[in-house]
Ligand binder design. Sequence first.
Ligand code: GLP
Length: 261
Amino acid sequence: MEVVITLSPQHAAEVAADSICRLLEDDPRSVLGLATGSSPLALYRALIARHRDGQVSFAQARAFTLDEYVGLPPGHAESYREVIRRELEDHVDFPAGAVTGPDGHAGDLSRAGRDYEEAIVSAGGVDLQVLGIGTDGHIAFNEPGSSLNSLTRIKALTRQTRSDNARFFGGNLEEVPRLCLTQGLGTIRRARHLVLIATGAAKAPAVAAMVEGPLGAACPASVLQLHPHVTVLLDGPAASGLQHRDYYETAWAAKPAWQGV
Ligand code: GLP
């Protein structure tokens, strides 16, 4: 993993935006993987600003979102499909239908999971997947105990995740759905470049377990250790649990600036 300890959450967002803009410049038809949660919001704002400045276009791109709650009414403001629409899609030039998410309203959720896998494969796979990490080490909604090879499927949320996400539901834990449809760890591992953003001290234990802890289902994000191209963008507080922080800082400083992440 390439661990980059950035100066601030905004700096982390700009480094991630650089990577996405470079990808779309090289191949405007690239396939992006989009994440929800608060971690990527500064990235999306940076992409919107660059799009308005004419620096990046999504006109030929496609995107797949990571996960979706099950049990929210259609169009609910906190459904992940709505969040992506509001935070990014409505402000850039993705063509209609270019952004897709798992169908949390499907009558047959197992089938919806399989269909989603097929759609990603038919699109040629995800070129760059944006990720956040939960305080319990989940990525997408792959909670501890998830199979490291899992594919898109229905999953129950832990109480910790529901309580972390209650802030999006007026602080009311009971309003947070208990189930979701989520890309699996196997799905995420197929993406060609993974860019994970984590900021703030609350993420420090999960980040340390992901980067330096043993590989295992106790910290689902640790499966990223097996991936050949992962960029972990942190701020200082999120990096505070890392034992080898000095090494990561030296390695990043030694990298030629033109190379990017
Ligand atoms: C959510 C999402 C994840 C996200 C994580 C962290 O539950 N399913 O995709 O990365 O939890 O969220 P946040 O960035 O708000 O801390």
